[in-house]
Write a protein that binds this ligand. Structure first.
Ligand SMILES: *[C@@H]1O[C@H](CO)[C@@H](O)[C@H](O)[C@H]1NC(C)=O
Ligand SMILES: *[C@@H]1O[C@H](CO)[C@@H](O)[C@H](O)[C@H]1NC(C)=O
Ligand SMILES: *[C@@H]1O[C@H](CO)[C@@H](O)[C@H](O)[C@H]1NC(C)=O
Ligand SMILES: *[C@@H]1O[C@H](CO)[C@@H](O)[C@H](O)[C@H]1NC(C)=O
Ligand SMILES: *[C@@H]1O[C@H](CO)[C@@H](O)[C@H](O)[C@H]1NC(C)=O
Length: 506
C-alpha cells in the first residue's frame, strides 16, 4: 500500500472533539452557509462501520441514496447531488463553493481569514484547500502523482464542524479528488512498466526490417506515444474488441476517453501539440533511454493532474460523468495488457518509414474480399488471394492490405529499388503475429493523418469537438502513384499525398 492514514480512525474521535470544542463556529461555513453547528453526535467516524456491519451489502445497493453517508458510493451521485453546481455555483447551491470560500488575507486581524483554517491560501490549489476545510485541518495535497500527502482518510472522516446539510456533497467531492489522483498515479506506474515491454517487443521488428542501420526515434514523440496509451485504446477508431484487453483496461479506457472529451484542456496539458526539438534515441538504447526519461513522463502526467487539481471548471468537466464517484475503483494494476499498443504502432510505423516502406491507397470502396481480389487480377502481373489478416500478396514484392471499416485497400511496398530481405506479405503477417502494430491503424491512420494535413506534425491531435485524433500515431508514409488523381480534397491547391519516389518528372 502506498498510502497510509495516520489520523484516522484511531485518533479521529479525539481530534473531532478537540476541534469542535475549540472553535465551534469557525467550522460551520465551508460553503459559506451559516448553519448552526451540528451536534457532536452528528458525525461519528465510527458510524460507518457500525451501520455497515448490520446491513447486508445487497440491500444497501438496491436503492441509491446519495445523502446517506453510510451507503456505498454510487456513480449517479455527482448528478443527483448537483456537485458541479456545488463547486461552481448554480441551482440550489447559489454562488457555489468557489465564490463562497474566502481567500486568506495575511494582513487581516480576523483569525478566520488569515491562517488557512477557514480560507484558502493565495495561490493554493483549490483541492488542497478543499480537503483541509473538509477535514478540519491537516495537510492533504493531491496535485501530483505519487503524492506524499494524499491519503483518503479511512471512513472518509469529515470535520466535526461541517454542517449536516453539506456532508454528503463534501464527502463525494473529496472522494473524487482522491480517485483522480489515484487513477493518474496508477496510470503513470503502469506506463513505466509498459515501456520496457514495448522496447523488448520492438527489438524483434528492428532485427527484421532494419538489420543494418538502426532506426532512431524522437524522445518526446516516444513519450507521447507511450503516455497516450489508454486514450488510444479508447479512441473510437480503434476496434477495442480485437485487442483482447482486460475488462478493467476497457472500462478505464472508456472512462478516460469520456473525461478527456469533456475536458480537452487536460489532454492538451498531457500532450503538448507542435513538434519539439528533442533528443533522438537509437533503437539499441531505447530501453535505457526510456527508463532514463521517467521524470519527463512524470512531468507530462503531472501537468494534467496539476491542471485538474487547481482549475475547478476543468476538474468539474472531467469528473461530471460520475465515473469517479462510483464504488468501483479505477485503480490500475501495475501491468495493463495492451497499454503499449500506441507506442508499438508508432515505433513500427517509424521503423518502416526509415527503411523505405510506403503505403499507396486505392479508394474503393471495397466491400467484400471479392471486390479486392477482382480489382487486382490482371493488373501488371499481380495477383491477390486474400490471406490471413486481410492481407493478400500482389506479386513483385508488394502486398495489399484491405481495411474493412473504411473499405480502402493499401499497397505496401518498398521504395528502395533492389531491396533484398524480407518480403512484404511476410512482414505484415509478422507484424500482426508479433503484436508489433495494429494494421488498421498503421494504414488507415496514416491515410487519415495525411488527408487532414497533419502528417509529420504531432502524433496526437484534436478534432473540432475536442475529441482525440490518434490517426498520426502512424508515421508510415502514404503516397500516390505519379500522375494519379489525388484521392482526396486538395489542401492549398496541393494533394496532401506526395508522389511515390518524390519526383514525377524523372
Ligand atoms: C437517505 O438517507 C438519509 C440519511 O440516512 C435519510 O435521511 C433519507 O431519508 C434517505 N432517503 C431516502 C429516500 O431513503
Ligand atoms: C475561485 O476561482 C477563481 C477563478 O478560477 C480563483 O481565482 C479563486 O482563487 C477561486 N477561489 C477559491 C477559494 O478557490
Ligand atoms: C480514418 O477515418 C475514417 C473515416 O474517414 C474512420 O472511419 C476511421 O476510423 C479512421 N481510422 C483511423 C485509424 O484514424
Ligand atoms: C541515464 O542517465 C544517467 C544519469 O543522468 C546517465 O549517466 C546515463 O548515461 C543515462 N543513460 C542513457 C542511456 O542515456
Ligand atoms: C494463415 O494462418 C494459418 C494459421 O495461423 C496458417 O496455417 C496458414 O498457412 C495461413 N495462411 C496464409 C495464406 O498465410
Amino acid at each position: 500500500m502506498r498510502r497510509s492514514s495516520s489520523l484516522f480512525p484511531a485518533a479521529a474521535v479525539f481530534l473531532v472533539l478537540i476541534l469542535a470544542a475549540a472553535s465551534p463556529l469557525q467550522r460551520s461555513h465551508l460553503m459559506g452557509i451559516e448553519e448552526s453547528l451540528s451536534s457532536l453526535s452528528g458525525w461519528n467516524p465510527l458510524r460507518l462501520r457500525q451501520k455497515g456491519s448490520d446491513l447486508p451489502l445487497q440491500e444497501k445497493r438496491q436503492t441509491v441514496n446519495c445523502t446517506d453517508l453510510s451507503a456505498a458510493f454510487n456513480s449517479q451521485c455527482w448528478q443527483e447531488l448537483q456537485l458541479s453546481n456545488f463547486l461552481l455555483g448554480g441551482g440550489q447551491w447559489g454562488v457555489g463553493w468557489n465564490k463562497s470560500t474566502r481567500v486568506c488575507d495575511s494582513q487581516s486581524a480576523d483569525v478566520n481569514s488569515n491562517d488557512g483554517t477557514n480560507c484558502c491560501l493565495p495561490g493554493e490549489a483549490w483541492t488542497t484547500c478543499f480537503l483541509r476545510l473538509a477535514q478540519g485541518g491537516g495537510t492533504q495535497d493531491c496535485s501530483q502523482i505519487n503524492a506524499q500527502f494524499c491519503s483518503m482518510p479511512s471512513e472518509n472522516a469529515l470535520s466535526a464542524g461541517l454542517a449536516d446539510s453539506i456532508r454528503p456533497e463534501v464527502q463525494y467531492i473529496q472522494k473524487n479528488i482522491y480517485a483522480l489522483n489515484d487513477f493518474f498515479t496508477t496510470y503513470y506506474n503502469a506506463l513505466t512498466a509498459a515501456q520496457s515491454d514495448a522496447s523488448t517487443t520492438i527489438q524483434g521488428l528492428i532485427n527484421e526490417v532494419d538489420p543494418i542501420k538502426p532506426a532512431t526515434f524522437n524522445l518526446i514523440t516516444l513519450l507521447t506515444a507511450l503516455s497516450v496509451g489508454l486514450a488510444f485504446l479508447g479512441a473510437p477508431s480503434i476496434a477495442v474488441t480485437v485487442l483482447g484487453l482486460s475488462s478493467l483496461a476497457k472500462s478505464a479506457a472508456q472512462v478516460l476517453t469520456i473525461s478527456l472529451q469533456q475536458a480537452p484542456s487536460t489532454a492538451k496539458a498531457l500532450w503538448p501539440t507542435g513538434t519539439q526539438n528533442s533528443q533522438s534515441v537509437q533503437i539499441g538504447n531505447l530501453e535505457a533511454e526510456l527508463g532514463n526519461s521517467t521524470n519527463q513522463l512524470a512531468d507530462m502526467v503531472n501537468n494534467a493532474v496539476q491542471l485538474l487539481m487547481s482549475d475547478m471548471p476543468t476538474f468539474v468537466k472531467f469528473v461530471e460523468s460520475g465515473q469517479y464517484s462510483g464504488a468501483e475503483s479505477l485503480s490500475l494494476p501495475s501491468k495493463v495488457e495492451g497499454l503499449d499498443y500506441a507506442l508499438r504502432t508508432y515505433m513500427t510505423s517509424e521503423a518502416f518509414a526509415q527503411n523505405g516502406w510506403v503505403s499507396t491507397p486505392m479508394i474503393g470502396p471495397f466491400e467484400t474480399v471479392q471486390d479486392v481480389e477482382n480489382a487486382v487480377i490482371g493488373g501488371g502481373g499481380g495477383d491477390c488471394t486474400m490471406g490471413n489478416n486481410s492481407v493478400c500478396t500482389n506479386g513483385q514484392g508488394s502486398a495489399l492490405f484491405w481495411s474493412q471499416p473504411t473499405g480502402r485497400v493499401y499497397a505496401f511496398a518498398n521504395e528502395n529499388a533492389g531491396l533484398v530481405g524480407v518480403d512484404a506479405y511476410q512482414l505484415l503477417q509478422d507484424t500482426v503475429n508479433n503484436n508489433w502494430a495494429i494494421l488498421q491503424v498503421l494504414f488507415d491512420g496514416s491515410f487519415n493523418c495525411t488527408q487532414e494535413g497533419n502528417f509529420g506534425d504531432s502524433i496526437v491531435n484534436f478534432n473540432w469537438d475536442g475529441t482525440l485524433d490518434i490517426a498520426c500515431i502512424s508515421q508510415l508514409p502514404t503516397k500516390v502513384e505519379c500522375g494519379a488523381a489525388c484521392p482526396v480534397a486538395l489542401i492549398n491547391n496541393q494533394c496532401p499525398f506526395p508522389p511515390l519516389n518524390n519526383d514525377c518528372d524523372s
